[in-house]
Design a binder for this molecule. Structure first.
Ligand code: HEC
Ligand code: HEC
Length: 468
């Protein structure tokens, strides 16, 4: 997220020492707050109709045969009925925070995020203040290095989603196939092999010889097309109905924005009526949108401050190339999407180690997140400070979040209330030490001043984010 700029700068003017300390810890800007303009960023088309390429992608995505023991597909860990996350994790979040591989004694080191709405993440880039975009908790599928991947109407270019899809087939703790040649041979031999050839034959054969590199890219491209389709990104949650009922934007629902930018919780507007949300759900959204005076050291008013990173304002993706037209958007005429509840930036919430991962996967080194990509980042991004990125993980979309426990990159939190309580009380109650202490965000969370009842309302609000 962009920092909590306006409010904190305002304290500095008021001479608050707390604010002074906060300011020295991080760069503080928040563009969408300054201008009230929605964030706009370069991105891949996020939403495409379900076409033959997406249909092929779905068949590949669901094919168990594409794993060493014939028992695992993408869908095994990103299952529709589990919010496109891992059903073994969601069923027993305490015991299984991380995913089991095709070799069933092997486990990965991170919690499987939802594959839905991932398509909205732009290519990993440095926007002058923050890293934005990419796939995986640490953004390592940057979208910078997929050659030969092209989307309909787009020039050949990198795509983080297709980039990501090339990983799991060959990851030893996931589908564990030998090499890309094996993946391609299995796909050519599958019942849908003919569909693959019909769609891509001329592009993957040159002079009668199969170009395995190109074929692998096409597989990734087809999977990405499925993940961009309306089958995966449904936008049909209770929240979406509420957004429509309220006229299309709930970015400042339940708050007033004061002169210094502080968003004060006002709760339900006078005469509030909704056929969609209960009063608790609506108040939960208002808290989600509200700043906290307690957190900012200037008074008693509580608020969740969640909107800072999990955006609730409309989302305007920008076409990523000059000649690429925005894909048809079934949801609005002005090209906007309902909120995806993330800004795709990175942060360190101070989440403790999850000891359960060591039990399943063996001793773990400290997970440095985005910071572990340091070499790549240094090469590409001159004015970034890579040390500042250690321990940071991508802000996830909260769509379908109630269906995808556990929570956090290491699945430390088994349910929504426990992570909300952590945001609220991290700095005033005792929690185990953060996995990476140096870069913990102390400005925007940790002491929100929420009551238990308000925590519950935030949970109730998040439960409205599940698609049908
Ligand atoms: C064994 C379980 C497993 C399998 C199989 C698997 N994934 Fe994942 N997936 C994960 C985990 C765990 C992560 C997070 C890893 C990380 O961040 O380092 C992940 C991350 C992702 C992400 C990134 C989401 C985001 O918001 O950054 C996408 C998209 C995704 N997987 C799609 C797929 C596709 C497509 C396949 C099949 C080609 C697949 N996965 C196979 C477990 C799995
Ligand atoms: C400073 C940015 C920031 C703010 C403010 C913020 N979040 Fe988050 N949120 C994140 C990041 C980053 C993660 C992932 C952290 C990790 O796994 O290490 C996350 C993860 C989550 C998750 C877990 C999702 C999953 O699929 O694992 C939930 C739930 C969540 N946030 C809800 C909230 C709520 C509710 C609030 C307000 C009380 C809030 N967040 C405020 C950045 C933020």
């Amino acid at each position: 997220m962009k920092g909590v700029g306006i409010a904190v700068l305002a304290f500095c003017a008021m001479g608050s020492t707390v604010a002074g300390q906060q300011e020295s810890k991080r760069k503080l800007i928040h563009r969408s707050r300054v201008t009230n303009a929605p964030p706009v960023w370069e991105m891949m088309p996020a939403h495409l109709p379900f076409d033959p390429v997406a249909a092929l992608g779905k068949l590949i995505y669901e094919d168990d045969n594409l794993s060493i023991n014939g028992n695992q597909s993408c869908s095994s860990c990103h299952f529709r009925k589990a919010g496109f996350a891992d059903p073994e994790n969601t069923a027993a979040p305490d015991l299984f925070p991380v995913s089991r591989g095709s070799i069933t004694t092997l486990f990965g080191g991170r919690n499987a995020p939802t594959a839905a709405y991932a398509s909205f993440s732009p290519r990993l880039h440095w926007d002058g203040e923050l890293f934005i975009g990419g796939m995986f908790w640490d953004g390592r599928a940057t979208g910078q290095d997929v050659s030969g991947t092209s989307l309909p109407g787009a020039p050949t270019t990198g795509d983080p989603l297709a980039d990501q899809a090339k990983g799991p087939f060959l990851n030893p703790v996931e589908m564990a196939l030998m090499d890309k040649e094996q993946v391609i041979d299995f796909i050519l031999g599958a019942p849908y092999g003919r569909l693959f050839l019909n769609l891509y034959g001329p592009q993957i054969y040159s002079g009668g010889v199969l170009d395995y590199g190109m074929a692998y890219n096409k597989i990734a491209e087809a999977i990405a097309a499925f993940e961009r389709s309306s089958l995966v990104n449904k936008f049909n949650s209770k929240f979406d109905r509420f957004v429509r009922e309220q006229g299309g934007d709930v970015g400042t629902f339940g708050v007033t924005v004061e002169a210094d930018g502080f968003r004060r919780f006002t709760g339900l507007p006078a005469g509030f009526r909704s056929k969609v949300f209960t009063r608790d759900e609506a108040e939960g959204l208002a808290l989600f949108n509200a700043d906290s005076e307690v957190q900012l050291g200037r008074g008693q008013a509580a608020g969740g401050m969640c909107y800072l990173c999990h955006l609730t304002s409309r989302h305007y993706p920008e076409a990523y190339s000059e000649n690429n037209v925005q894909p048809p958007n079934p949801f609005s005429s002005d090209g906007s999407y309902a909120p995806v509840l993330t800004d795709f930036s990175y942060d360190n919430l101070g989440i403790p180690l999850n000891p359960q991962i060591a039990i399943l996967a063996g001793p773990q080194a400290v997970d440095l997140g985005l910071g572990a990509r340091i070499d790549e980042l240094l090469g590409v991004l001159a004015d970034a400070d890579p040390l500042a990125e250690i321990g940071k993980f991508k802000v996830p979309s909260l769509r379908n979040v109630a269906d995808t426990p556990p929570y956090g990159h290491n699945g430390f939190f088994p349910d929504l209330l426990s992570i909300v309580h952590f945001y609220n009380a991290r700095d005033v109650e005792s929690f185990p030490d953060p996995e990476v202490p140096d870069t913990v965000n102390v400005d925007e969370l940790g002491n929100l001043g929420l009551s238990h009842d308000q925590e519950m309302k935030l949970v109730k609000f998040m439960e409205t984010l599940s698609d049908r």
